[in-house]
Write a protein that binds this ligand. Sequence first.
Ligand SMILES: C[S@@+](CC[C@H](N)C(=O)[O-])C[C@H]1O[C@@H](n2cnc3c(N)ncnc32)[C@H](O)[C@@H]1O
Length: 258
Amino acid sequence: MLYDTIGKTYAQTRQSDPRIAAKLLEILKPFQASTIVDIGAGTGSYALYLAEHGYQVLAVEPSTVMRHQAIAHPAVRWIDAKAEHLSLPSHSADVAIIILALHHFPDYSQALQEIHRVTGSGQMVIFTYDPDLISSFWLTEYFPSFIADVQSTFLPITTLTAEMATIKDRAVNIVPFPLPHDLSDSFAAVGWARPELYLKHNIRNGISSFAKLNENELEQGLSNLRKDLETGIWDQKHGYLRQHTFYDVGYRFVFTAQ
Ligand SMILES: C[S@@+](CC[C@H](N)C(=O)[O-])C[C@H]1O[C@@H](n2cnc3c(N)ncnc32)[C@H](O)[C@@H]1O
């Protein structure tokens, strides 16, 4: 399991972001669900938030290292399983959520079918990234192989919505989620307005794209970024971003309509 290796300090830098969590609650509200299955729940930061807001949560996570960092809550039941083979009865949850995890599932199609079995006629809510937008993110100037990595792992949004619409036999909504400048869940685009964050080892540790970079590209990219920040070149090119409070880097909520 990749996250048994790279996830050791995940809970330190990947706390739930209150804006993402609030948007999730807003999307979930009309579904009137009581049991949510969180697939690829990681260290459970969003599972915990949902439990604190009245939901029963089935948190599915195959990595022991990730599960062991979770904060226990009586309304969260942890399940050691993969999305493709959920050890859960059919129709045992009202809604499934997948937060920044679908791109890690080796067989997304089988995973979506299996999640459909467990949720029956219930809804699916996915927080993901639109891979068509990756080459416009400034970070790829420093780490060019992020482009190939993202494009080969994240499903194009049109493919994902078509697949969900077929499986669930209903319309699918796509809602862009502009990132706040002070995002507290330090995933890959966390430093869109705070480039200095990428120079921090603990921040990079919680981002799988950095873990997959080869040593040469990592060292070269970090050295170029450090230099451009010292000389002011980064600010000349991208400094306007520091004035924004929100920015659409390409994150999307994709969810079935009622
Ligand atoms: C980037 S983390 C996201 C964790 C959590 N959803 C969050 O937002 O903090 C991706 C998670 O997916 C898990 N994962 C990887 N392959 C999986 C699979 N086949 N089925 C379920 N989860 C998987 C990883 O172990 C990891 O914990």
